[in-house]
Design a protein around this ligand. Structure first.
Ligand code: NAD
Ligand code: ZN
Length: 363
């Protein structure tokens, strides 16, 4: 291909209340086609949600692994899971399930790639380094916004190199998604807003960027429409709005897959790497500095936060050391593709060190 991206989408999806009940059939069908157990990754929140666990149709030989969401995934964490699976003799499962938020869905993607490709997680951080299809995998999002269920990446941090980068590959894309909006009813309100805003911000960045195409624009425009309905009209967590946001997350993920993000994400990545802030809250904090770059959406974002009565942390970059400011800048400008998409080839003439410092201080 030339500079025109060749985009891969998820193979199958099912959306609707109660859709979780489809999982056991899908796993059973898979086991009839291919010998092997299923490995299910489940967000730690569901450890005590027995009514949900009972619906998964987990077989006696299947493996259920709870994923902690205290920290975002690291290469060491993924490697440790692979080592444990090998110790238990689990080499080629018939299916992998990632059920939870972006963290759990990304861990499942990384494990599926490593089981068939071998090696360590850090070997595949980058673009198109995965050589073979991963294990067949199913995503079940339980919080909406990141679009991790739709994208060709799984974001992981290498603590040794400080690199926060995914395994960008067509093989990382899920084979099947089950979108069951009943699952998001228990999400805490603040988190629901922060993660939901990831879909909105992704698409604001896509539409303001220079790498655009008509399909990406169509996905992004509809995602923003859905987000407006969810966050500007009534309770964002009503059943109807939870279903709309689940759709927006998926469609927004498809939009990003056709293009790149913009300025918010590199700044947010800086906050994650240096201050350990999680992705979606870091995006919302970064929005404080975006008035000059995305003026209409800046105003709309704060209106949404106000209407839904959500507090965005303030002052996280006050009183940092010079070294921390240097690290913030370095871990922001490393993201050349989104910065070029947002500001053009000469992005460093616009986002100078001084300008970046001003933005961080304004957060
Ligand atoms: P998360 O996985 O960080 O979870 C956020 C919190 O919500 C956790 O405490 C979790 O336990 C809780 N939670 C999830 N579902 C719940 C439910 N139904 N009820 C109650 N609590 C629930 O969520 P996120 O914000 O979706 O994901 C962020 C991660 O996604 C980051 O690691 C980020 O790097 C990654 N990400 C990936 C992509 C991609 O394309 N792969 C895109 C954007 C972000
Ligand atoms: Zn994002």
């Amino acid at each position: 291909m030339t500079h025109i991206k060749n985009v891969r989408n998820v193979l199958c999806y099912a959306i609707g209340n109660g859709g979780l009940a489809n999982l056991s059939n899908l796993l059973e069908t898979r086991k009839q086609q291919i010998k092997g157990i299923a490995v299910l990754f489940l967000d730690d929140f569901f450890r005590t949600q027995h009514d949900v666990i009972n619906q998964l149709g987990i077989g006696i030989a299947d493996e259920l692994i709870f994923v902690s969401t205290k920290d975002e995934p690291t290469t060491d964490y993924v490697d440790q899971i692979i080592d444990e699976l090998h110790v238990r003799g689990i080499e080629s499962p018939s299916a992998i399930v990632g059920m939870g938020g972006g963290i759990t869905m990304d861990v499942a993607k990384a494990v599926a790639n490593l089981l068939t490709n071998g090696g360590r997680a850090a070997d595949y951080q980058g673009w198109d380094l995965v050589k073979k299809p991963g294990v067949y995998k199913i995503a079940i999002p339980t919080i909406s916004g990141t679009g991790a269920e739709a994208t060709r990446t799984c974001v992981i941090t290498n603590k040794r190199t400080g690199l926060k980068l995914g395994m960008n590959s067509d093989f990382t894309v899920y084979d099947q998604i089950i979108m069951d909006p009943t699952l998001t009813a228990t999400v805490p309100r603040d988190q629901f807003f922060y993660t939901g805003m990831d879909a909105y911000i992704h698409c604001v960045e896509v539409l303001a960027g220079s790498y655009r195409n008509v399909i990406g624009d169509a996905y992004a425009t509809e995602t923003i429409n859905l987000c407006r309905q969810v966050f500007l009209e009534g309770d964002m967590m009503s059943p109807v709005n939870r279903e709309k946001l689940m759709a927006a997350s998926y469609v927004g993920g498809c939009a990003v897959a056709t293009s790149y993000v913009g300025l918010v994400h590199p700044l947010s990545a800086g906050l994650s790497v240096v201050l350990g802030l999680h992705h979606c809250i870091a995006n919302c904090i970064a929005m404080r500095g975006m008035e000059d770059f995305y003026p209409i959406e800046f105003t709309e974002f704060w209106k949404m936060a106000d209407l839904q009565n959500i507090a965005i942390p303030r002052g996280v970059c006050r009183n940092l050391s010079d070294e921390q400011y240097e690290q913030l800048y370095a871990s922001t400008v490393i993201h050349e593709k989104p910065l070029t998409n947002a500001l053009g080839e000469g992005f460093d003439k616009i986002l100078t060190k001084e300008r970046a410092m001003e933005i961080f201080r304004a957060m």
